[in-house]
Design a binder for this molecule. Structure first.
Ligand SMILES: Cc1cc2nc3c(=O)[nH]c(=O)nc-3n(C[C@H](O)[C@H](O)[C@H](O)COP(=O)(O)OP(=O)(O)OC[C@H]3O[C@@H](n4cnc5c(N)ncnc54)[C@H](O)[C@@H]3O)c2cc1C
Length: 362
């Protein structure tokens, strides 16, 4: 493969403008790739020039340093959607650059169950396997059957089955051991035509009940999910002052059952938790317990709207850090460190961040 300068290469492109959080300095180089070949050529050029590579989708899960990115930001815009029905299911394949929510809308309109609870999530298809995108008890690892990816180590395009993706809670091999190795080109989801919606969360049940919906359809479920999300500023609305975020900044911590019991007992002993109240805790498999990061943050004394410079905890969602306008990455990370440290000091629990950091660490 010849290593020519990619067509359309731009220099000093603001990453703040390409990320929903709206912070971050410029990328030294930036190029859009609308095909697997264009992506491969751009990646080969970056490698030949000794430049680091940043794959960019919708920019909704990135916290970029104020110094920017010293290499090539490759904006993956491979489009195309294809649906094939076989054996009672539908294999829905989409290019990595397809916006996620319109794909969900299309599946719901066609009556294909499996992604309805993932309505309203920003970003592109290509990033969904990366952190095994999930919400309201559903995640993409339940439906993904194939991830088509360019392996930057070998230059080959491969199809990886679900088992090969190493999915976990907001996690996969693409985020962990193979971070930076693959450019995801497309993803296939297996959906259930005529399937029932999955309603596992009390928030969602309450919203449907309030709307008088007794036997929710996929469309009812999608509407309720978007309504609930809107109330938490978890859909991007240009009129919402909490709109500049990466969604949840921290994952819900998973601890041993003993640890969860110790935390709850400490809270009761200190009078923070009344005898009649329970600490939110959910079974997470293998005898482990998932705690609510938002609940812990609030009990550590940090409230919605708490502000540090131009960064703040969303007034609608304790887990989201927002750029109130004019924030720097430094301010966002400063606030995130304060939250993490307060929870650690109060409960001995380590909160892990959900977004991907570029040129920064927490
Ligand atoms: C308001 C709001 C609500 C959100 N709610 C949720 C939620 O409910 N559940 C949830 O799971 N997430 C949520 N998120 C986080 C985010 O939307 C998802 O993680 C989304 O999948 C990120 O997609 P993206 O295209 O914007 O990725 P980007 O932010 O562009 O990239 C994220 C990471 O993926 C890598 N990447 C992107 N595309 C590719 C590719 N094609 N190949 C290889 N690597 C790639 C990037 O290099 C980066 O490391 C929310 C974010 C916001 C702003």
């Amino acid at each position: 493969m010849s290593v020519t300068r990619p067509a359309g290469l731009a220099e000093a492109v603001s990453l703040a403008d390409l990320c929903t959080l709206g912070v971050g300095g410029p990328a030294r180089y930036y190029v859009r790739a609308g095909s697997a070949d264009a992506a491969a050529r751009a990646a080969a050029w970056a490698s030949a020039e000794g430049l680091p590579l940043l794959i960019l989708g919708g920019g909704s899960n990135l916290v970029v340093s104020d110094d920017g990115f010293p290499g090539l930001a490759l904006h993956l815009l491979v489009r195309g959607v294809d649906a094939v029905e076989a054996d009672g299911s539908v294999e829905l394949t989409a290019g990595a650059g397809e916006p996620w929510d319109p794909l969900v809308e299309r599946a719901v309109a066609a009556g294909w169950a499996g992604v309805e609870c993932l309505s309203g999530i920003p970003g592109f298809v290509g990033a969904t396997p990366l952190q095994n995108v999930g919400a309201y008890g559903q995640d993409v690892s339940e439906t993904i059957t194939r991830v088509r990816a360019l392996d930057l180590r070998t230059g080959a395009v491969q199809d990886l089955g679900r088992e090969a993706c190493g999915f976990g809670y907001r996690d996969s091999r693409f985020k962990r051991e193979d971070r930076g190795r693959y450019v995801i080109l497309g993803v296939t989801y297996r959906l259930r035509p005529g399937g029932e919606p999955s309603i596992q969360y009390a928030d969602l049940e309450r919203r449907l009940a309030a709307q008088g919906v007794r036997a929710p359809t996929l469309a009812d479920t999608r509407r309720a999910v978007i309504d609930v999300r809107r109330g938490k500023s978890m859909v991007i609305d240009p009129d919402d002052p909490n709109r500049r975020s990466v969604g949840s900044f921290f994952m819900n911590p998973v601890v041993s059952a003993d640890e969860a019991g110790r935390i709850e007992a400490d809270l009761r002993a200190s009078g923070t938790l009344a005898a009649s109240d329970r600490m939110p805790a959910f079974p997470a498999g293998d005898g482990r317990t998932k705690l609510s990061a938002a609940w812990l943050i609030e009990r550590a004394g940090l409230r919605r709207g708490y502000r540090r410079g131009n960064a703040a905890i969303s007034t609608n969602h304790t887990l989201a850090i927002v750029n109130c306008g004019g924030a720097t990455a430094h301010e966002v990370v400063g606030l995130a460190r304060e939250i993490r440290d307060r929870v650690r000091d109060r409960f001995g629990v380590a909160l892990a961040p959900e977004p991907v950091f570029v040129g920064l660490t927490l």
